[in-house]
Design a protein around this ligand. Structure first.
Ligand code: CA
Length: 725
């Protein structure tokens, strides 16, 4: 930290407490830009959002605002950490639990004297950390009569509609929970308009007698783009459930048009009075549709059109309550006098398809789901009515909030503070970023293929690792993204340039196979060992933790006697797994193996399987090791880390894998610092004078035998003794 910055940070709580602005962050789930009238989409006249528009009119609207991974949990994790998914560990919604022990902006704001509060949807599995106050929905939460998890434990059920209740709980905190001597950040996070798009009963009749406009691409044929577009399961035509999505009652009918299997669980939560109001709004229309299909009057594409109308109306009815809630929050800021010193931001975890390309849902890097709304009001700083085309992303929120609060942004944060952009009313500074990186893991739900990619102000390049193919779109000429021009000779130069941007951004954000956390749960022994290790970790009290692959695991085999002798009395833990590469270690450490672990020292030796299994270039493996080191530093800032050279392999000095490992060591020795990361080169320990790795030490030229483990322990002992003092 530079001395001047340090001084400001230290003085900040005392001097600027009253001047540091409050932050009201209002956040919804799956809110598409086309459903906010300020963005000017085709629904703006039929479904205006006057209160959301008010934020834009009194502040700024960002038209090129994007997520880094278009799905609920991953977007939220990126916002909290300011880091891409592979770094914060929340890659997808199916296999992830947010590692709450990592550094997040609420923790840092809290430390800097901000009061931090969170109300509504959280959806990150683990409990919130870094909040003075929280009250959250369990998982996805419910639309009607929702339960809320309480900070002190247990659940509380509120009667009514979720969006209204989230607004009221947030207002209640502003009125009664706030400490007037401190600046605050309040995160008011709605469940709406997430599937199954269930409206407040007062809005259930909206647009009953009109047809809302259909998107031009409702009947997209998916030609001229990656073949996987045809294989997804999120289409208006094929994938809506009779009960859950279309809110039809009774046994599912017309299987050629409606999927069966999920009933409307929200209806089942309603009380008798609510059900009565619901039935009055929906049943007549439902029966009319059923009769029309029975008689043959309604068929084919017209059923798709009916389904689209049901869907879009319910979705927009949900938005209506969100907009009203935003209005109530803004009114309270005005009445209470807080408005002048409170930044208001409206955003949503990603965009959504409102029938474009024939879809609902998200996940794709195409504009509708890649884009996030971003409206911001900051009285006295942002010129009212500003419009920004700066390329911004959800990883930017954390550094922005930190900089606003006068808190130094940690070096490991990948996003950029938007403060200079906000202060210039949306105009990006000269040195602003050229492009954005995006990643989607390809989980099973909706069968959207894994892809990643980059965009700049005009072009978008997508890569599909499944068949190693590219798509390229010119957003200026083809804003609907209907034709990939990756194989068009006229775009060869653009393709080259975008591939360079792709490679540059993957480099900048440290994206590679070695850094993308991955588990091996398909192998029973591995899964079992992980469960066993979680149990050991829970017992706590470890002072020395070994992390690695089979060579480390071997302390439980050939090295057992030496382990007992050297580490038996030292409360040591062995986190070595045979066959693990850097990406597996990252996954394990992000998924519980560090929970509550805070040793005096770690011993890390990993990477030889990255070399052996796929002959990964040394730079890539070293990148994985670097991230493991950063993760350990973040979770255990006081611990010493003994970084060992990757052990030599291959009998002869000119062996192919020997050379790769030498290359890794050449790079990672530079990761040791003068502080808590210590480098120990073990290469010479195991080699004879000619540089040969003898069978006596490692019979398979990879794994030490009993003698090898003793050599390892003896070579490491002086350093270890010093670190464990
Ligand atoms: Ca979402």
């Amino acid at each position: 930290m530079k001395p001047l910055v340090l001084a400001l940070v230290l003085l900040a709580p005392a001097l600027f407490a009253s001047e540091r602005p409050n932050i009201l962050f209002i956040f919804s789930d799956d809110h598409a830009l086309n459903a906010i009238s300020a963005y000017g989409g085709p629904l703006k006249d039929a479904a205006p959002t006057p209160n959301l528009d008010r934020i834009a009119e009194q502040g700024a609207i960002f038209t090129r605002s994007y997520c880094c991974n278009s799905i609920c949990g991953p977007s939220r994790a990126a916002i909290l950490t300011g880091k891409h998914s592979h770094i914060n560990g929340y890659l997808d919604n199916n296999n992830s639990t947010f590692d709450g022990s990592q550094t997040t902006f609420p923790k840092l704001l809290q430390k800097a004297g901000y009061q931090t509060a969170l109300v509504g949807k959280w959806h990150l599995v683990s409990k919130p950390q870094g909040f003075d106050y929280w009250e959250i929905l369990p998982g996805q939460g419910s639309y009607y009569n929702p339960d809320f998890l309480q900070q002190g434990g247990g659940k509380k059920r509120y009667t009514g509609y979720c969006t209204d209740i989230v607004t009221e709980r947030a207002l209640d905190w502003l009125k009664n929970g706030r400490d007037g001597d401190k600046p605050f950040i309040l995160m008011c996070q709605h469940k709406a308009p997430h599937r199954n798009w269930s409206p407040a009963l007062r809005h259930a009749d909206l647009w009953d007698d009109v047809d809302l406009p259909e998107p031009k691409t409702l009947f997209d044929d998916y030609a001229n783009r990656h073949p996987s577009l045809k294989k997804q399961a999120m289409s208006v035509e094929k994938d809506f459930y009779w009960g859950h999505d279309m809110k039809l009652k009774g046994e599912p009918r017309f299987p050629e048009y409606f999927r069966k299997g999920i009933r409307n669980g929200e209806y089942m939560r309603m009380n008798a009075e609510q059900k009565k109001a619901w039935d009055a709004a929906y049943e007549e229309e439902n029966q009319a549709m059923i009769a029309a299909v029975e008689s043959g009057e309604l068929e084919g594409k017209d059923v798709t059109r009916w389904k689209y109308q049901r869907y879009i109306k319910d979705y927009l009815r949900c938005i209506r309550a969100v907009d009203e809630g935003v209005g109530r929050m803004l009114d309270y800021l005005d009445e209470s006098g807080l408005a002048d010193n409170t930044i208001v931001i409206y955003s949503s975890d990603q965009g959504f398809y409102l029938g474009e390309h024939g879809w609902y849902d998200k996940r794709w890097m195409f504009e509708e789901s890649f884009a996030m709304p971003f409206l911001v009001r900051w009285p006295g700083v942002i010129e009212p009515g500003s419009r920004s085309e700066a390329l911004i992303q959800n990883i930017d929120y954390a550094p922005t909030f930190l900089e606003i609060a006068g808190v130094e942004v940690p070096e490991a944060v990948q996003g950029r503070s938007l403060l200079p952009v906000l202060k210039a009313s949306g105009k990006a500074p000269e040195d602003w970023r050229e492009g954005l990186y995006y990643f989607y893991s390809g989980e099973h739900t909706h069968r959207v293929a894994a892809h990643d990619g980059v965009c700049n102000d005009r072009y978008k390049l997508m890569y599909f690792p499944g068949d190693k193919s590219w798509n390229l779109f010119d957003l200026e000429k083809d804003p609907q993204e209907m034709k990939s021009v990756h194989d068009d000779p006229a775009h060869a130069d653009v393709l080259e340039r975008m591939k360079k941007l792709y490679s540059d951004l993957r480099g900048e954000y440290e994206v590679s196979e070695a850094t993308q956390p991955a588990h091996r749960k398909d192998q029973g022994w591995w899964k079992q060992r992980h469960q066993q290790k979680l149990k050991e970790v829970k017992k706590g009290g470890h002072e020395l933790v070994f992390i690695g692959d089979s060579i480390t695991q071997g302390w439980e085999g050939h090295g057992k006697a030496t382990w007992e002798e050297f580490y038996g009395d030292r409360k040591a833990l062995n986190l070595g797994y045979s066959g693990d590469r850097t990406e597996h270690v990252l996954w394990r450490l992000l998924n519980g193996e560090l929970d509550g672990v805070d040793p005096k020292a770690y011993v890390l030796m990993i990477g030889t399987n990255n070399s052996g299994h796929r002959q990964a270039p040394p730079e890539e493996t070293a990148g994985g090791i670097k991230l493991i080191l950063e993760l350990l530093r973040d979770r255990s800032p006081e611990a010493e880390i003994l970084l060992l050279s990757v052990f030599p392999r291959d009998e002869q000095p000119d062996g192919k894998l020997r050379k790769i490992n030498d290359g890794i060591n050449e790079i990672i020795k530079g990761h040791a610092d003068d502080g808590r990361i210590h480098w120990l080169d073990m290469t010479d320990t195991f080699l004879n004078d000619e540089g040969v790795l003898t069978k006596e030490v490692m019979p398979d030229a990879l794994h030490p035998q009993g003698k090898g483990y003793r050599m390892w322990a003896e070579a490491m002992e002086p350093k270890l003794e010093e670190l464990l003092k």
